[in-house]
Design a protein around this ligand. Sequence first.
Ligand SMILES: Cc1cc2nc3c(=O)[nH]c(=O)nc-3n(C[C@H](O)[C@H](O)[C@H](O)COP(=O)(O)O)c2cc1C
Length: 307
Amino acid sequence: MWKDWIRPLVRPLPQWSTIAMAPPQAVVGATLRWEGGIADVTNDHTVASLKPLVVATSIDAGLHPTLEYRDSTSGKLIGALKLSRMASVVSDGASVAVYHVVAGEHRCLGWPRRPWNAWLQNRLMLKHPSAQHALMAPSAVQQLMIAYLCPRPVVLVSVDTEDHRNMFPMDLIGPLGHDGLFSLALRSTNVSATVMLQSRRVALSSIPAAMKATVYKLSEHHRLPLTDWQSLPLAVRPSRTFGIPVVADALRVHELAIEHAQEIGSHTFFLGRIVSEERRVDGHQLHHTPGFHQVFRRRHHAPFAEI
Ligand SMILES: Cc1cc2nc3c(=O)[nH]c(=O)nc-3n(C[C@H](O)[C@H](O)[C@H](O)COP(=O)(O)O)c2cc1C
């Protein structure tokens, strides 16, 4: 059909694909390269702030490292971010290096589709500003998409104190290093950010892909706390150590003791230790990756299961 041919010429790809995959993702490997060093950071890097766009890792990679993303099957380089060292975040003896993203490029699309799609996407962002676009320049959103080439799992974060309870989705999360250090980057305007700082306890429910619609609905709780746990559109049960209500159908539940929190630009960067991990059922978790990554996968006859 002529429409299938003409569509990519006039319509940008969706920025994000919501996909189902078993955790932990291993389809893309991430490598940090710097003068005289190289380190696998597939399970050791995360986004720490959106404005400015900042990534964090436990690796000290000098002043100007590059973060590379490679397709695990073919070894092909599919994207890279150029980083510039900011300060370190120190928490209870552990040091986390934070880097400003200064440039980025992906190779999921060939030329000229790659610059053309970016131009179409950027034009759409400027035409229809959303909350995220108001926060970030289109060029930074393009770099953020590259940071999601390692598909990011979605969790529901539970916070529970005597006078504040909440459950909201997050994907700017992840382990850093091998010592049980775990980070969350939460917009400082979130209604639960200060409560998390005071209570120092959260529980993370890994969400089955089939619960996508419910999870997206809960994004309103970034602005609005819960009135009571019964008002949630899903069943909950208490977490193992803290007794915080978590998703009854979660694939896994992690409890986190927060040790440190620091504002980095638009976000509060929380660092904590995993207190408990319950592996409840094997299954496919909701993940996010950029739309151009799905095009790359389709071209290589291995599309992600989109939901
Ligand atoms: C699946 C999903 C994951 C999200 N992950 C994060 C996150 O990691 N950190 C964060 O600050 N906000 C996160 N958000 C919240 C959004 O960025 C946004 O702030 C929220 O939906 C409220 O939107 P509003 O500011 O337009 O009301 C997430 C939202 C969804 C739906």
